[in-house]
Ligand binder design. Structure first.
Ligand SMILES: Nc1nc2c([nH]c(=O)n2[C@@H]2O[C@H](COP(=O)(O)OP(=O)(O)OP(=O)(O)O)[C@@H](O)[C@H]2O)c(=O)[nH]1
Length: 151
């Protein structure tokens, strides 16, 4: 769990007081070879073309796991097994203040299908795709830390 706010684009001080927080469920899908899945943000969305972990906003009444399961079916065509809550990160973008709930996922069914015109890549550290979304960068650091000192 991280209490720090990541402030992105604009060079302002964290001005999150009073802004609504958008809760976002994000999946770190890890395959049998230890690779993780990154997808590019679809055309037409903010930060289109930037690479991120797949996921999306919680709808009213949804848990993080429910939202993640729904989003991944909608966006990449796979139905996930258990979502293991891992870390959270508050990110202050000019367009939104988001709380990212990162979950590790080791099991899913179905073949990857990019339903929104994204690209996908199974990655290892250091990642080869660029640019990476600012809110994704801390996750890569956490993965590095875990690789250096497995829990
Ligand atoms: N999915 C995802 N979103 C991230 C990550 N890192 C990060 O800062 N975000 C931010 O979290 C928010 C997620 O919104 P989204 O646009 O993907 O969600 P969504 O599919 O529900 O959007 P919609 O409103 O178009 O339906 C965006 O502001 C995005 O910039 C990440 O690794 N994965």
């Amino acid at each position: 769990m991280s209490a720090e706010v990541l402030v992105v684009d604009g060079g302002r001080t964290a001005d999150q007081a009073g802004r609504p927080v958008t809760e976002v469920a994000v999946g770190v899908l890890i395959d049998a070879q230890g690779r993780f899945l990154l997808t590019s943000r679809p055309p037409g969305k903010v930060y289109a073309g930037y690479w991120e972990f797949p996921g999306g906003k919680l709808e009213a009444g949804e848990s993080v796991e429910e939202a993640l399961r729904r989003e991944l079916i909608e966006e990449i065509g796979v139905c996930i097994g258990p979502a293991h809550a891992w870390r959270t990160q508050l990110v202050d973008y000019p367009h939104a203040l988001v709380r990212l709930h990162f979950c590790k996922v080791y099991a899913w069914s179905g073949e990857l299908q990019m339903h929104e015109g994204q690209q996908f890549s199974w990655e290892r550290l250091p990642v080869q795709c660029a640019p990476v979304l600012a809110g994704t960068v801390p996750v890569l650091r956490w993965l590095e830390e875990e690789a250096a000192a497995p829990r």
